[in-house]
Write a protein of this length. Structure first.
Length: 509
C-alpha cells in the first residue's frame, strides 16, 4: 500500500475538509455586475477565509474545552468563512483555463443539467423545474457563493449583513440567501422527516505532516485482530478510506478494484490553479414533511389490514424506506426495533455479507447476510446511494468507493409544530472532483434508475423526483409492492460551483 500523501491544509478551504459543523450556516449567493471591482473585493477576501488547518484547530480547541468543562463551552465561538465561484463567475472574472476542466456539468451549470438528475424538465412548469426555482436559473444564476458558519447566530447575522453591504459596494449584488439551522434539542442532526442525517461519511486518506501516522482522519479500529481485514480500507466502522483525488484536485485517486492503492497519474484534468480545490454541488431541497408522514401512516395501516405485517408501524415503514431508523440505527442491525440508546455500531454493518466480529461494548446482534434485499430493501435510500459491500451494475464492491461524496449539508426552516405552513427542507452541499462521475452518477444511475445499482430494486423512495413508483417489501414468506407517490423532496434552487484553494484568491484573481 502506498504512503498516504501530506495534504496542503493551509490552502484547502475548511468546509471541504474537515467541514464547518456549526449550528448556523448562511449561504450568500451573489452575481458579478462589475468584474474589476468584484475581482479586487474577492482578492481582498483571502485573509478572512478559513483553511483546513484553522478549522481543525478550532474543532480541537472546542472539543478540549468540552472535555475540561464537562459540558459544551458557552463562550467559545468561531465565525468561519469560505468562498466558491461558478464557471460563469470565473469567466466573468477573466480567470484563464476553465476549458481545461473536463467536467461538462460544472461548465454548463446546474440549470442545464437539472432534467438529467431527475428534476422536472425545464419549461414544464412542474414543481422542481428550473423556472420554478427561487434562484439558480435564468437571470438568477449565481456567480459567487459565500459560506458563513457559527454557533453564534447573532454573530452570523451581523457578518452576513456586513459582507453583503461590502460586496454590493464593490461590483456584486445579492440574489439570494439561505440560512441553515441545526434542529433544536434532541432533534439536532436530524433532517425534517425525522431521520438522523450524515451518519455515514467517507474518510479522506492523507496526513497532516510527514509523520507516518499523523492522519487527518484518525484510525479508530479496536486492537482485536479480527478487524485486520477492515483496517486497510476503513478509518472506522462504516467510514471507507478514499484517496484524496476524488475530493481535491492535485492528488491521486482510487485504483479501480484495489481501494488500498492509488492510481498512478490519476489527478482529474483541470487548470494548475485548481490544485487543492473542489467542485461544490449546492441543492436547495424543500421537504413535504406532512405528506411524507401521512403516507407512512396510511400505507402502514393498509399493509396491516391486508395481513402483510400486523406489527408494521409508520416508524418501521419509514425505516424500511430509508434503511435506518429515525435514530440512525440501521435496519440491517435490527429490522424490528429502533435502538435509540445505542450510537456505537450504527455504522458497523454490511448488506451482502454478515459481519462476524463484534465491536467492544456493542451488545446488539450483528447483521445477517441480505444478498436478496429481504431485510433492507434494495430501494432503501442508504442502499441506493452507498451499496457498501454489494456488487452493483458497475462491478465489485470496491468500485463504490469512487462514487462517494463529502457532504456538508444542513437543514433550513421552522419546526412543523411551530409553523405548520412554513417551508422547510435541506440545504444539500457536497464536494468532489467530478460532478459527472460522483454526484450526477449517483442521481442519474442509481437514485432515479429502478434497475441500478441492483436489478429490479426500484427508485430511491426518499430523494428521487419520480412519482407513482413502488418499493418491494418482504415479511417472512409474504411480499408486497407498496405504491410510492413520491414528490416529498423538490428542488427549489442551486448551482454547481468551484471552491478553490485559498491562495487562488491572492495569486490568480
Amino acid at each position: 500500500m502506498l504512503e498516504e500523501p501530506v495534504l496542503d491544509l493551509d490552502d484547502i478551504q475548511g468546509n471541504v475538509l474537515p467541514g464547518f459543523k456549526k449550528d448556523s450556516q448562511h449561504f450568500l449567493f451573489l452575481q458579478i455586475v462589475d468584474p474589476e471591482p468584484a475581482r479586487l473585493w474577492l482578492k481582498a477576501l483571502a485573509p478572512r477565509l478559513w483553511s483546513a488547518t484553522e478549522v481543525l484547530a478550532a474543532h480541537s480547541m472546542w472539543k478540549a474545552m468540552r472535555l475540561k468543562l464537562g459540558h459544551e463551552p458557552d463562550n467559545l465561538d468561531f465565525l468561519f468563512l469560505n468562498c466558491a465561484i461558478s464557471a460563469q463567475g470565473l469567466a466573468k472574472l477573466g480567470v484563464p483555463g476553465i476549458e481545461e476542466f473536463d467536467d461538462k456539468a460544472f461548465k454548463l451549470g446546474l440549470e442545464e443539467r437539472a432534467a438529467s438528475i431527475g428534476d422536472q424538465p425545464r419549461g414544464s412548469g412542474e414543481p422542481g423545474a428550473p423556472e420554478t426555482w427561487i434562484f439558480g436559473a435564468g437571470s438568477r444564476r449565481p456567480d459567487v457563493l459565500l459560506i458563513l458558519a457559527s454557533d453564534n447566530l447573532d454573530w452570523a447575522v451581523r457578518a452576513e449583513e456586513e459582507l453583503i453591504t461590502s460586496a454590493e459596494q464593490q461590483g456584486l449584488q445579492r440574489i439570494h440567501v439561505d440560512q441553515g439551522r441545526v434542529r433544536p434539542g434532541a432533534l439536532a442532526g436530524h433532517e425534517h422527516f425525522g431521520f438522523k442525517d450524515g451518519v455515514s461519511h467517507p474518510a479522506i486518506r492523507g496526513r497532516k505532516s510527514i509523520a507516518p501516522d499523523d492522519f487527518i482522519e484518525p484510525r479508530t479500529w479496536p486492537e482485536d485482530s479480527g478487524f485486520d481485514i477492515y483496517r486497510s480500507r476503513f478509518a472506522a466502522p462504516g467510514r471507507p478510506l478514499v484517496w484524496p483525488g476524488h475530493f481535491l484536485f492535485g492528488y491521486l485517486r482510487q485504483f479501480k478494484d484495489k481501494p488500498e492503492s492509488s492510481r498512478p497519474n490519476s489527478e482529474p484534468p483541470g487548470p494548475a490553479w485548481a490544485v487543492n480545490g473542489s467542485f461544490l454541488v449546492y441543492r436547495r431541497l424543500s421537504q413535504n414533511v406532512q405528506g411524507f408522514h401521512t403516507f407512512l401512516a396510511e400505507a402502514s395501516e393498509t399493509l396491516r389490514q391486508n395481513g402483510f405485517d400486523p406489527d408494521l408501524s409508520p416508524e418501521r415503514l419509514g425505516a424500511l424506506l430509508v434503511g435506518r431508523w429515525a435514530s440512525g440505527w440501521p435496519v440491517m442491525r435490527d429490522p424490528k426495533v429502533d435502538r435509540r440508546e445505542q450510537e456505537l455500531g450504527e455504522n458497523y454493518f454490511t448488506f451482502t455479507e454478515a459481519t462476524t466480529v463484534s465491536l467492544p461494548n456493542d451488545p446488539h446482534p450483528l447483521n445477517l447476510p441480505d444478498p436478496s434485499g429481504l431485510i433492507c430493501p434494495f430501494a432503501a435510500h442508504i442502499r441506493k446511494v452507498n451499496p457498501r459491500d454489494d456488487a452493483t451494475d458497475i462491478g465489485p464492491k470496491e468500485r463504490t468507493f469512487q462514487k462517494l461524496l463529502l457532504r456538508r449539508g444542513i437543514t433550513f426552516g421552522a419546526e412543523i409544530e411551530d409553523q405548520p405552513q412554513a417551508e422547510r427542507g435541506l440545504l444539500f452541499v457536497a464536494f468532489q472532483t467530478s460532478i459527472v462521475d460522483q454526484f450526477e452518477f449517483l442521481m442519474n444511475d442509481w437514485v432515479n434508475e429502478a434497475n441500478k445499482p441492483h436489478a429490479n430494486g426500484g427508485v430511491d423512495p426518499i430523494i428521487s423526483a419520480a412519482r407513482n413508483t413502488k418499493i418491494s417489501l418482504v415479511n417472512g414468506t409474504k411480499s408486497s409492492d407498496v405504491p410510492i407517490p413520491g414528490g416529498w423532496v423538490v428542488a427549489t434552487g442551486g448551482e454547481y460551483m468551484f471552491a478553490p484553494g485559498i491562495r487562488f484568491f491572492s495569486n490568480v484573481l
